[in-house]
Design a protein around this ligand. Structure first.
Ligand code: MD6
Ligand code: FE
Length: 212
C-alpha cells in the first residue's frame, strides 16, 4: 500500500484494507443506512441525461446533480427531502487513519454500479477545501479505475480496484482526472443478498467546506 510516485504524488492504493468479514459487516451497515436514503438516479446538468450509476449520500452534505441545479452539495436527499443519514463509524475510521487531515469528512457519496455502469473521466472539483484528500472505498465487483493528471489530456494509468480496497487522492493527485472504465461482473459475492445481480459500491469521503 505504498505511495505511487511520479506525476501522481498523493495517490495511494491500499489493497485489501477491509478483509472479507469487515466487508460483510460494512455492507450490512450500509444497507441499513441506505434504507433511510434510497438510491436515486442523478441527471447531468443542462442535458438531463441520466447517470449510469445510482447515488445516495451520508453525512452533513451530499453531492447531487440534476438538469436544473447542476453539480452541488446539499444537506437533504433530492427525492425524500430528508437530511442524509450519518456517515457510518467504520467509514469515518478509514478517514481518520488515512486522510492525514484534522477535520472530519462532511460528505460520503455512495455510488452503485450495475455490472454495465461506468463513470467518465472527471475531476472532483465541487469542494471548497482542496487541501483535504478524497478517500474512496470499493465493495463488490472489481472495477477498472483510470487515473490521469490534472489536465484532461495527460496520460493515464489503469488499476483494478477490488472489494475492500481503499484509494486516496491527495496532494498533487487531489485534482487528477479519474474514472471507472468498466466493472468485472461476478468477481465478488459480498453484495449478493442486497444486489442479486452483483455490481459495485463505491464510497467517496470528502471535506467540502474550509474550516469549522
Ligand atoms: C469510483 N471514484 O471508484 C469512482 N473520486 O467508483 C471516484 O470518482 C473517486 O475513487 C475521487 C477520489 C477517489 C475516487
Ligand atoms: Fe471522483
Amino acid at each position: 500500500m505504498g505511495h505511487v510516485s511520479g506525476n501522481n504524488t498523493g495517490f495511494r492504493l491500499c489493497p485489501g484494507w477491509f478483509d472479507r468479514q469487515a466487508q460483510e459487516s460494512l455492507v450490512t451497515l450500509l444497507r441499513k443506512s441506505v434504507a433511510a436514503a434510497p438510491f436515486y438516479t442523478p441527471t447531468m446538468p443542462r442535458t438531463g441525461k441520466p447517470f449510469s450509476v445510482q447515488m445516495t449520500n451520508f453525512g452533513p452534505l451530499g453531492w447531487v446533480s440534476d438538469q436544473r441545479g447542476g453539480y452541488r452539495y446539499q444537506a437533504t436527499h433530492p427525492e425524500t427531502g430528508a437530511p442524509w443519514p450519518p456517515i457510518p463509524s467504520p467509514v469515518l475510521e478509514v478517514w481518520r487513519r488515512l486522510a492525514e487531515y484534522p477535520s472530519p469528512p462532511e460528505a460520503c457519496l455512495v455510488n452503485y454500479y450495475r455490472p454495465t455502469a461506468k463513470m467518465g473521466l472527471h475531476q472532483d472539483a465541487d469542494e471548497e477545501d482542496r487541501a483535504a484528500p478524497v478517500v474512496s472505498i470499493s465493495l463488490g465487483d472489481t472495477a477498472l479505475f483510470r487515473l490521469g493528471g490534472t489536465e484532461r489530456r495527460d496520460p493515464t494509468r489503469s488499476f483494478r480496484l477490488s472489494s475492500g480496497d481503499v484509494v486516496v487522492l491527495g496532494g498533487a493527485a487531489r485534482m487528477a482526472f479519474h474514472g471507472i472504465d468498466r466493472i468485472y461482473p461476478g468477481t465478488s459475492t459480498v453484495l449478493g443478498d442486497w444486489f442479486p445481480e452483483g455490481g459495485r459500491l463505491n464510497l467517496t469521503l470528502r471535506r467540502v467546506t474550509v474550516g469549522r
